[in-house]
Structure formats: C-alpha cells, structure tokens
Design a protein around this ligand. Sequence first.
Ligand code: SF4
Length: 384
Amino acid sequence: MNRIWDFVKAWADGLSLMIETLLRALGRRSRQLKNLASGGDEEQNDLPTGKRLSGEKPRALLFSVASHNLKMENTKRKIKALALLSGGLDSMLAVKVLQEQGIGVTGLVFSSCFFDARQAQEAAKTLGVDLLIEDFSKKHLELVKNPPHGYGKNMNPCIDCHALMFRLAGEIMRQEKFDLVATGEVLGERPMSQNKQSLGLIEKESGLAGYLLRPLSAKLLAPTISEQEGLVDRNRLLAISGRQRTPQMELAKKYGIKNYPTPSGGCLLTVAEFSQKLKELLDKYPQATSDDALLLKQGRQLWQGDIKFVVGRDHQENLTLEKLARAGDLLARAKNVPGPTVLVRSYRGKKPDRMGIESQIKEYLVKYNSKARDREVKVEWLSG
Ligand code: SF4
C-alpha cells in the first residue's frame, strides 16, 4: 500500500512541476507580446537582440513576431523616407509610390542663387507632404567655380551638383533619423547621368550606399537595405526605364497629378545667356560670392573695365536692385525723369568714384529710357 502511495505522490509531483514550467513559459511569452505591442523596453533580454534604429523597436522583435506567424501590420513601425523633391513629375511620382505603401514621406529640396524652391513648394502642397528647404548657395557656387567632373552644355556642373545634393541629403537623413533617401530618378532616362553605372557611382560617392531608393526603377536595381529587411515592399515598387515618358504619364493620370513643371527645372546654370554672364563675372572676379551671382539675374549687365553697371528694366527690378545693393555699391537714377535705377559695383576693391562715372550713368539713363530721349538728365544718387 505504501509503495502505491509513494508512486502516486511521485507522479503528482512530476505533473505539478510540468504544469508550473508550462505556466512560467506562457507568462513570459505573454509579457513579451505585451511589451512588443506597447513598444516598451521591458524584458527584451528574453528575445534575440537586434539593431536598434532611432529609438524604435529593435528589428529582431519584428522578426521574432513574424516567426510566430502573428500579423505584423499592427506592430511594424512606420518607415520615414526623405524624398528629394524637385517638383518635377518623376519626383512627385516617387513620393506617391512610397505613400501608397504607407511610408511616411518628407520632401527635401535644395535652393541656391541659381534656382529656387517654388516648384517643390507647389508639389509638396499637391502631395500633402512636409518640405525641408536647404539653401546651399555657397557650396553650389564653389562647385560651379571648380567642378571636378566639369560642366554640362553650359555652366551647369550637374554630376558634381547631384553628388553634393545626395551627400547633403545623406547628412540630413542621418541627423533627422530618416530610414532612407528616395529620388525620382529613372534608369536610362538621361543616358549620361542616369545609367546603371552613374546611379551606382552617385550612391557610393554620396555615402548613401544601400540607403538610396529609386522607387520608379527600383525593381531594375539592387535592393536597398530597407527592401532587404522587408520594411519597404519591393513588389510594390516599379520597373520603369528609358526616355519614353508614357509610363510616367499613365501614373500621373492614376494619381490625379495634373500640374507639374517641365523636367528642365529652372536652374539658371543650364541657360546659355545666364552662363555667359556668370563666366564673364568669374573671369574678372574669381572670388565672386552668391550676392554677386544673385545680381546677375537682374537688369542689363554692363561692364566698364572692372566696374559693373546694372540697369533695371522695370519697376520691380529697380526695387530689387535697391535691396541687393551692399556696402561700397552706388545707386543712382534720373532726378527729373521717371526711369531705371542703376546699381554700380566695383570689382577693383575700392568704391567707384561718383565724379568719374557720372557721365556713364547719364548715358545709360538716357539710352535705356525712351522718356529721357533728347532730354537733359540730372543724376540723383540714392546711396553711396
Ligand atoms: S541643373 Fe543645376 S541644380 Fe540641377 S543638377 Fe545641374 S547644376 Fe545642379
């Protein structure tokens, strides 16, 4: 009888131990899942460790849940993409493709003394995204003066300019904790700058290897880190290539994008006439600053040796010249006839002498003002 009792007791103890172990295991798993749902840090040591991104959940947690066949949609963190948004159609479509799979997109546009951010601001409104505007005038001008890869058709150093923009975008991506940089580049759209080799080169030189996503051509390119890790669904990216714009037109229709600017984008460095003015300035004065470059956009540019006269062509330009005048510049207009304002800037290192240039100013005030023809013009000095 005693032996039977001992046997039953041993069997009951064993069963109790099994139940206790099972309950402990269930409790631990429940805490892990609760922790995952809340995004908290408790007891993560129970799980495999993973790379932590910007204070978000370690990726290993996501993999852990996936391996238990639980639905990831509720726990997957939202990816943040920084999209280079010029305002052109391709850059807008790239944003749309990412938004379509629930990726949070912030636009980034560069502005300089050679182009502004207006197109991108319009596009950002249409797309409903925030826009970061980065003025890189100083860096851009330095590149224009000495581009390692040379110029395009005019004074546009596009290869180096792209590399600079991507490098700066990479810095912003890291500082602001974005997951990737996206662009609207299309493989083969520009045979020189958008072939596979140059896309790869730009990616490498900008320090963005693995983080540069081109949603419109992604399926034709190597997967980025976000695609490899399943944070971006590669199947929902596109495989557009070549110069034919039909796929982009169809996408624009699908997304209801009606207004978008032409692909040239409004950079003055691609304009022959402006490039000529810039070249003349840099030949005479290699130390030119972005202020000098901004002045090139206004009025008639007339040189007398090392002195430049800028004659306003309308009321708006006259006002702008007044705003752009800096210490050492002279500003003049006709006292007795309404007409242009003239800004005078010396690139000789000293202020222009009023007496020495007054007759020249008079000549311009008459030549570029039909109301002043055959009249005796008196010069009024506005500054200097
Ligand atoms: S067109 Fe102007 S802004 Fe665009 S890449 Fe070339 S130089 Fe840079």
